[in-house]
Every structure is written in structure tokens, then in C-alpha cells.
Design a protein around this ligand. Structure first.
Ligand code: PLP
Length: 388
């Protein structure tokens, strides 16, 4: 084997969520709050559907765009949620998780040196997906009232002749922030004015607390024709390991993503696709039950953290993450995360993993029981006392 590897690899950054997750494995008795992978099981009828499919021989390649049964279930689910029609035949592709959809979309849409605006803080993988296409990610801070008020001015200032794409994620990992209908509508007008394609990653759209309803940029006029809707079963039905997600977009793009999927992964395992179809058809109540569990955990944890000196955490509106302000500790987010892991065996993610604007914060994934979160709080409290 020759020793020269692609120069593209040099442009990628380590994914710090995984880095902390792997570091946590070096310790016994660790409480791991790193990955966005909750402890709740996949609903039983979904597992049964997957097993039945496997036993009845659904163990071969499928069409690159996925099984029609699943694409139809996705199309109906989008229509129920957003009132938007996507043709299951030509406007939907089933992919290995949302990650598959995001990667294929960015590979199909980007050329070297194109610029991509990403609302920040953001899920770390976006930047590397953009760099894999030799394009340039540009973070636009969007967290908190002041950043939201000035968002459009800063988006305008970041536009160049090479800007092609805007990536948004609401509800947001890591902040739990939910963009209002008004802000989404402003962003849509901005994207249309500059002829940008929008990727709207909505994988947390059902994990909304207080019975809030979801707003999608796709519902803003004209956006359907210039957007890629990305979603998956991972968070909504606790199906992270099944690897089923999708993109819905105009047919010219879905056709090219489908061709590309043949060269990247061919298709998603058929029994996982059929389990996903079952989840979309019968899993609504399960999904609601999971969201209730996450909201209880988040409130429980946020209340305790807010009683601690040096920490502040906005009450979350969605997802299962807490985005905690640690600036009063005087520690960098990485130093905080590493010291807490080494001394108290609690693993969480430094804000810097989610972009420079998230320095001074940490992300806690409430993916374990309240009993474990209680122990984690006691350990974090002891850690903070040791800083004096
Ligand atoms: N998008 C966001 C915002 C995420 O937080 C994640 C996973 O954490 C993904 C996409 C990936 O989801 P999937 O498991 O469907 O690939």
C-alpha cells in the first residue's frame, strides 16, 4: 500500500463528542453523559417488525432510494407533521441515519471552495461533512437573545459570491434552542434573496417540551423548492443503532443522491427499513412517552445544576441536552470536561466541540436514569467545591 493519504483528511477535526466518550471508557464507575444516545429501548413492536422481516428473508439489497413501503410511510409522516407533499417515488431517499442524508446532500451540492453558513453552536459533524467536499464551513452564532436579534445582519455580512448552502438545526443540538416561526421566516427570506440551498436538520423535531409544536423552515413559502429536509428515526424512536434516516427534497437532487448512494453504501438494511416503517406507523405514543421521560430528566438536572454556584443553565425547551454556562468557573470547557472526568468520573462534552461560540459552555446529555443523574449532580457539586 502506498503511504500517501488524501489531503482532505488533514482538513478534518477530531469529533470531540466521540473523543470524550472514548476517554470515559478508561475509567470505572463513570457516568457517561457524552453521546446523544438515550438508554431507552426501541419500542417492542418495532423490534418485532425488524425480526419478522429478517426471518422472512428481507436480508438482501434494496433499491438505492430505499423500500417503497418506508418511503410511503415517510411521505405520509411529513404530510401529517408539516402539511407538505413529497412524492415517495421521486422526492425521498432513505439513508443510513440522518448522517447518510447530510453527507450525500453536501457531496451533491458542494464544489471545492464553496462556502457554507452553519448556525452555531452546532452538531460537530456538519463542519467535517462540508470539508469532505473541500468546501468551507462558516459558523454564524445564533444562541441567546443578543445573537438572535443580530442574526440577519451577521448572515448578510457573511455572504460572499461563493456562499452556496445554509445549514440549520432546530430544535438544536447542543443548545436545545428552538427557532421561532418569525426567525425561520426571516432566515427563509435571506436564503431566497441569496439563492442559497437550505439543509434543515430536524432530527429532534418531536422532542419538544411543554406540548410545544414544531415549526419548520420548510413551511415558509418557496422553501420547499430550495431546501433539503433531513430527519431520522434515531432520536425520535430511540433507534440510533438501526441507522435509518432520510432526506426529502426536489426530485433533481434526490435522483443524484440516489446515484451517489450506490457508490457509498448502496442501501440501508431492509429489515431496519421495515422496522422504521413500523415505527412511523405505530410509534407515536412511544415517542411521546420517551419525550416525557427526557423532559423530566432535563428539568430535574437543570434545577439541581442551577442551585450550584458557578453554573447556569437555561431551562431546556427540547431535545435531551442541557447546555450549561461554566464561565464563572474560570476554566476552559475542555479543562472542565477533562478534570471532571479524571477526578469525579462524570463524562460530558466541552462546548468547544460545537464551535468557538460555545466555549464557556458544556453539554450534558440526559440519556441516563434520574438516579444516575442525581449521582452525577453530587459529583459535579463536589468538583465545583474543589475549585475554590
Ligand atoms: N443531526 C443532529 C443534529 C444530531 O445531533 C445527530 C446525532 O447526534 C444526527 C444528525 C445524526 O443522526 P443519525 O443517528 O440519524 O445519523
Amino acid at each position: 500500500m502506498g503511504s500517501t493519504l488524501s489531503h482532505m483528511l488533514e482538513t478534518l477535526e477530531p469529533q470531540l463528542v466521540r473523543t470524550l466518550f472514548m476517554k470515559a471508557k478508561n475509567y470505572d464507575d463513570v457516568i457517561d453523559l457524552t453521546l446523544g444516545d438515550p438508554d431507552l429501548p426501541t419500542p417492542q413492536q418495532v423490534i418485532d417488525a425488524g425480526c419478522t422481516a429478517m426471518k422472512s428473508g428481507k436480508t438482501h439489497y434494496t433499491a438505492n432510494a430505499g423500500l417503497m413501503e418506508l418511503r410511503e410511510a415517510i411521505s405520509e409522516d411529513i404530510f401529517r407533521g408539516l402539511g407538505i407533499q413529497y412524492s415517495p417515488k421521486t422526492e425521498i431517499i432513505v439513508t443510513p441515519g440522518a448522517m447518510g442524508a447530510l453527507s450525500l446532500a453536501s457531496m451533491c451540492l458542494l464544489n471545492p471552495d464553496d462556502e457554507v453558513l452553519i448556525l452555531a453552536p452546532h452538531w460537530p459533524n456538519y463542519t467535517n461533512m462540508v470539508r469532505i467536499s473541500s468546501a468551507i464551513p462558516i459558523d454564524i452564532p445564533c444562541y441567546g437573545d443578543e445573537n438572535l436579534r443580530t442574526l440577519l445582519t451577521r448572515l448578510e455580512a457573511a455572504i460572499s459570491s461563493r456562499t452556496r448552502l445554509l445549514i440549520i438545526n432546530s430544535p438544536c443540538n447542543p443548545s436545545g434552542q428552538v427557532l421561532s416561526r418569525e426567525i425561520l421566516s426571516d432566515i427563509a427570506l435571506f436564503a431566497i434573496a441569496h439563492d442559497l440551498t437550505v439543509i434543515s436538520d430536524e432530527v429532534y423535531h418531536t422532542l419538544l417540551f411543554y406540548g410545544k409544536s414544531h415549526h419548520s423552515i420548510l413551511r415558509t413559502s418557496e422553501m420547499r423548492e430550495s431546501s433539503v429536509l433531513v430527519d431520522s428515526m434515531s432520536k425520535r424512536f430511540c433507534m440510533t443503532g438501526w441507522r435509518v434516516g432520510y432526506a426529502a427534497a426536489p426530485s433533481f437532487l434526490i435522483a443524484r443522491m440516489t446515484e451517489l448512494q450506490e457508490h457509498v453504501s448502496s442501501c440501508v438494511a431492509p429489515f431496519a427499513q421495515l422496522a422504521a416503517a413500523e415505527a412511523l406507523k405505530t410509534g407515536e405514543k412511544d415517542s411521546q412517552r420517551m419525550t416525557d421521560v427526557f423532559s423530566r430528566r432535563c428539568f430535574f438536572m437543570a434545577e439541581r445544576l442551577n442551585q450550584m454556584p458557578l453554573l447556569h443553565c437555561e431551562l431546556p425547551l427540547a431535545t435531551f441536552y442541557l447546555f450549561v454556562d461554566i464561565r464563572a468557573t474560570g476554566l476552559s470547557s475542555m479543562a472542565f470536561a477533562l478534570k471532571l472526568l479524571e477526578t469525579e468520573r462524570v463524562a460530558l462534552v466541552p462546548g468547544i466541540a460545537f464551535g468557538a461560540c460555545a466555549e464557556g459552555f458544556i453539554r450534558i446529555a440526559c440519556t441516563v436514569s434520574e438516579a444516575k443523574l442525581e449521582i452525577a449532580c453530587a459529583r459535579i457539586g463536589r468538583f465545583l467545591s474543589s475549585l475554590h
